[in-house]
Design a protein around this ligand. Sequence first.
Ligand code: NAD
Length: 314
Amino acid sequence: MKALVTGAAGFLGSFLSEELLENHYEVVGIDNFFRGKKEYLPKHKNFIFYDLDLVKEKDKFARIVKKEKPEWLFHYAAINGTKYFYDIPYQVIDNNICMTQNVLSACENSSVKKIIYASSSEVYGEPLNIPTPESHPILLNVHTVRDSYASSKAICEFYVKLFANKKGIEYLILRIFNTYGPHMDTSEYGQVIPEFINKMFEDKKFTIIGDGEQTRSFCYVTDHTRVVKKLTENVSNEIVNVGNDKETSIINLAEIMHKMEKKEFYPEFLQEREYDHKRRCPDISKLKKLINDYPKINLDEGLYKTLKDYKMKK
Ligand SMILES: NC(=O)c1ccc[n+]([C@@H]2O[C@H](COP(=O)([O-])OP(=O)(O)OC[C@H]3O[C@@H](n4cnc5c(N)ncnc54)[C@H](O)[C@@H]3O)[C@@H](O)[C@H]2O)c1
């Protein structure tokens, strides 16, 4: 069985490719290194990689799909990273939608039997219910540039579902909540855990955006990839929350990380981001019905692994 993974040099795409390879799938990876890194690409005899821009090289991508004949297509490529949503909102919405259209168009009359789309918990906006089930409405706010990303993800959910239904292809839409682990971008464009790691080890002033009381729920990356492989093998035509349902405040997260590294904790608080969401936690009852041994890795264990990897590479 062959799978194609877009965004294969990125955080989740690189781990997902490894998971599939370990389970004897052949993998075709695609990335343009917008944020992904060459060193994260799997080194495996069953892995082929194409350096390709999914926005600018539509025809080349279609030719690759025809040549490689994948049966599963995991569409994980996107401009992701909260700071980008504020700094380059037009590029975020435009690229994310355009690359998804190009990916779908290449699936037409091809070998692809199932499209797995990496959507995001951001489509729930400031949720009305916590934990948030898949039935919760998509909430988008045109008055904030932050929602450039959420709206691209929401529109692409429609594209994927409608395209798949029209063409008789199976689909799976994953609403992914904060996932963490090695291979995360530690720049200011990264997510909160790598950003904290960077500040702790560079001995920079430890700043927290907002009052730190905002919550997120954190899923370790191998829990994500294990679940996604199982879902893809067993489930079709569903929208599923993929995340951990243990809610943690950002200040608590920072304290745990400092304690683990035996560092003193003197945070400084910055102005909160416009329209930052106060709480985020998935209702994972649907996921647990489908996958019974989930999640496996708790926050302490996952942070320990992430910090260890970061220190090894330093
Ligand atoms: N990590 C999370 O917690 C999380 C949460 C919700 C949703 N997601 C979604 O999951 C997917 C993977 O996220 P991630 O954290 O690995 O992000 P990432 O930025 O590490 O990976 C995305 C990859 O897409 C590539 N890419 C961007 N534009 C491209 C283009 N035009 N052509 C080819 N490749 C391109 C980037 O270089 C990068 O390697 C994304 O779609 C993201 O929106 C991630």
